[in-house]
Ligand binder design. Sequence first.
Ligand SMILES: Cc1cc2nc3c(=O)[nH]c(=O)nc-3n(C[C@H](O)[C@H](O)[C@H](O)COP(=O)(O)OP(=O)(O)OC[C@H]3O[C@@H](n4cnc5c(N)ncnc54)[C@H](O)[C@@H]3O)c2cc1C
Length: 445
Amino acid sequence: MEVNIIGAGLAGSEAAIYLANRGYTVNLIEMRPKYQTGAHKTGLPAEFVCSNSLGSSDTLSASGLLKEEGSRLGSTLFKIAKEFSVPSGSSLSIDRFGFCEKIKEIIDSNKNINYKIEKYDKIDTSKPTIIATGPLTEKELSEDIKRVFGEEHFHFYDAIAPIVEKDTIDFNKAFYASRWDKGEADYINCPMTKDEYERFYDFLINAKKAPLKEFEANYFEGCMPIEVMASRGIDTLRFGPMKPVGLFDRRIETEFKKNQFYAVVQLRQDDKQANLYNLVGFQTNLVWGEQKKLLELIPGLENAKIVRYGVMHANTFINSPKILNPYLQTKKYENLFFAGQITGVEGYSESIITGLYSAINMERYLSNRPKIKLSQDTMLGSLIAYITYDNHKKFQPINSNWGIVNGIDGDKKKLKDKKYKNSLLSKRALDEIDKVKLLLEEETK
Ligand SMILES: Cc1cc2nc3c(=O)[nH]c(=O)nc-3n(C[C@H](O)[C@H](O)[C@H](O)COP(=O)(O)OP(=O)(O)OC[C@H]3O[C@@H](n4cnc5c(N)ncnc54)[C@H](O)[C@@H]3O)c2cc1C
């Protein structure tokens, strides 16, 4: 049976090798080097466009656990990454050219893979297809995705505010409330005095920004980063995302003092379990170190753990919660799956593992076997649950982090020790992954 895989990036290459190794004929369609993306430099598959690091390889870290899950499920790319690793402490970093040349060799030597240098412009749902064209999906295909799924189900770039872990917020300073007490007290509010605001403002307007590439700047005007808003005047933020009116700290006895705040930073729930909160209106292009310092100037967030920094960059992604089911298959066409960064995951490792997951489920769909769904005890299951959760206020891409994983019961005192807690979380995840691994292995015997 034939499967089309569009895009020989990280996700597409992983998916192609998985399906080809299981006897499917794979048409792996890649437009480079005939057409370039603006970020890729070579015509090789599985190119790392920027840094050469896949993040931590320690299974007590979210990123390390994700890679271990992928490795146990049979990822070829993680295996080759380890073979081409370069020294970088506890991170997995690679010799990027050696890595993509090896992947090219694996693809070329697999008789089940037809590697085609073509630009794919129009979705063909008559053939089983995985779209893995990444954050820089070519224009014609982007237009076609919009045509098939609707304009509102397509995004061109990330303008993301930092996301922090709720448990690291200081609630002696922060308080829950909704503006004018409307509905539930859903927001976390960090109030500022005039002095605090001025200190914060001074830092913000002088903070170092990350440079925007030309292809990113095209999308820039549509969304205002907080530092650009701030540059329009000292009070712009106080009349915008940081306006203090209608926010009452009910813990304060004196009626007069309840809302005498000069400015307020609001945080909105970001995940189902309410572990993660994003800073409302704080989309930013500041370099990450400066974002950390900026948050330290917000009362209540001095020690907040940032699980995802704000970014602004070209990033094509679909509205997965509306378009995909938990197998990365489209709800509209059984034959059509997505994988990689275009699904709304973010990062090299996340793209690779969703390529594998999409291919596993494509294979099971084509062979009439029950598809695989992992629980939120695993990092992969949690990522998939996040991107297919249908009730986000505003869906934005996510990378692996502990905040999206199910909590764990046990001795509360002991669980305060992060290392101890993560070792339990990691073991629980890998036990589940091992069961799936066994199932996949037994079926191919
Ligand atoms: C500028 C930039 C920098 C990044 N830096 C990092 C980083 O440092 N660390 C990190 O973890 N993540 C980074 N990412 C995010 C992400 O991890 C990478 O983009 C990753 O390569 C995504 O994998 P993918 O397989 O989804 O897409 P890609 O690896 O981009 O693969 C998609 C492939 O599809 C091809 N393609 C596109 N359209 C078509 C078409 N119509 N027809 C045929 N082929 C097509 C492309 O040429 C490409 O080869 C970055 C993203 C960008 C945009």
